[in-house]
Design a protein around this ligand. Structure first.
Ligand code: BGC
Length: 441
């Protein structure tokens, strides 16, 4: 009886090829609607820059805000296609109170940490800064944009509908930081694409598979029918905001519950099936049902499953693919005892069904996005990917690659997924250089 219930759930979480194909074709339709400024679940937001050439040079600051950690980096770009060098870096943790409190206070905290960074690294001369702000922002140009909505449980007040850089600049002035010039505002997917494009001109796509999920893609300007101001380049990077895609997704009752419990109900449906923030929440709900309906954990709900945040992504890693010793150690920590073999198998299966589904849906969106990619070369496509799910989750890279091949057939071998570590921060520095050097105008 137990195994049949798990099998039913596996059925609910499977994504057959036919479904992946459907998702791919709806992604293309939604992209076209978004590019034309028509109603679409994918916003297709212009990034006001094209892929970097590799010639970008100089020292720049990068500020990277997109999750509960934010980073400040000093990046040196050597030019000539050589890898950027992170000269200095600091990571700061934002508290739940800060990300849900007042916007002015949040930007003030960021300005304060930036001031600290400048002091610690004795940066006194004027310096250009690229700002990675990983939320849906409608850019007004390369250095300003309006926050459309928060995601990933951010809800700081007084920011939605307003100019992000203006708010940050005011906060910098309040903290007496006057040497830093914010010259570019970018999404993390755009930064990731740029960080890889510097090294490889065939990179035309950036993907984040981490706490959140999203894709940026290089598109021919003639396909972009909506307002792009004074931008004159032949192609432009588009921040797709694919996390909000909501067509033909195989959502089930668990997805509905995760959505209901989230800070942004009825938004970001794809993200809630794919991203690292939500996968452990799905696992938790599945396990709770299995405990209630079966005999696992003697019918008692362990503390770690009582609230929605305690069970975490790295726990899934261990239960799905960890060594016997690692599972034993974690079980002791979480449950105060080792698991029975049937419980171990159940945990592994649940984690696998949730992580596999994530990879197969992500693959369908990536392949959909490829249909509108403006390539530099006919032979190969390089997709820059950053984020803990892709980098660290055991087997995720493999399942994603296999799903992409299943969808595109033999030409799948020309698509390579490249881990682009710290891409979001480094890419912001690259965009700052593009702006300062005026290389795309
Ligand atoms: C945001 C995107 C971002 C992604 C990855 C999503 O929640 O809407 O702008 O790129 O997370 O960080």
């Amino acid at each position: 009886m137990k195994s049949s219930l798990i099998e039913t759930l596996e059925g609910q979480f499977s994504v057959p090829l036919s479904r992946m194909r459907k998702i791919r074709s709806f992604v293309t339709k939604e992209m076209d609607a978004g590019l034309a400024g028509r109603k679409s679940s994918i916003a297709m937001l212009p990034a006001y820059c094209d892929a970097a050439s590799g010639q970008e040079q100089g020292g720049y600051l990068a500020l990277d805000l997109g999750g509960t950690n934010f980073r400040v980096m000093l990046v040196e770009l050597p030019g000539s296609g050589k890898p950027p060098r992170v000269v200095a870096e600091a990571k700061y943790r934002l508290t739940p109170g800060q990300i849900t409190g007042s916007g002015a206070a949040l930007f003030g905290v960021i300005a304060g940490y930036l001031r600290k960074f400048l002091k610690e690294h004795a940066i006194t001369a004027e310096i250009a800064l690229g700002y990675t702000f990983s939320f849906p922002v409608r850019l007004l140009g390369i250095d300003e944009g309006i926050l459309m909505k928060w995601t990933k449980d951010f809800s700081a007040t007084g920011v939605v509908g307003r100019k992000v850089v203006a708010i940050q600049r005011q906060a910098l002035i309040r903290k007496n930081v006057r040497t830093v010039k914010i010259v570019a505002l970018a999404n993390d997917t755009v930064g990731t694409l740029q960080a890889q494009a510097v090294l490889d001109p065939d990179c035309g796509m950036g993907v984040i598979l981490g706490t959140g999920f999203n894709i940026a893609v290089r598109v021919a300007s003639r396909r972009i029918r909506k307002e792009t101001g004074t931008y004159r380049g032949k192609s432009m990077i588009i921040n797709m905001e694919t996390g909000n895609f909501n067509k033909v997704l195989p959502r089930n009752s668990y997805d509905q519950r995760v959505d209901k419990d989230s800070g942004n109900v009825a938004h970001q449906f794809a993200e809630k099936m794919i991203a690292g923030k939500y996968l452990p929440q799905l696992v938790r709900l599945l396990v709770l049902d299995l405990i209630r309906k079966g005999q696992y954990f003697d019918g008692h709900v362990p503390t770690v499953f009582r609230d929605k945040e305690s069970f975490q992504g790295w726990h899934m890693d261990v239960f799905e693919a960890g060594s016997r010793e690692a599972v034993q150690k974690l079980s002791q920590e979480l449950f105060g005892r080792d698991l029975a073999p049937s419980e171990r198998r159940m945990m592994a299966r649940v984690c696998r069904m949730v992580s596999r589904r994530s990879a197969r849906i992500a693959a369908s969106l990536i392949v959909g996005a490829l249909t509108r990619l403006e390539r530099r070369s006919k032979q190969r496509v390089v997709v820059a990917v950053d984020g803990s799910l892709f980098e660290k989750y055991p087997g995720y890279h493999r399942v994603l690659t296999m799903a992409i091949r299943e969808l595109v057939g033999p030409s799948g071998k020309d698509i390579s997924l490249k881990l682009t570590k710290d891409g979001s921060g480094i890419g912001a520095a690259v965009i700052a250089a593009v702006v300062r050097q005026g290389s795309q105008n």
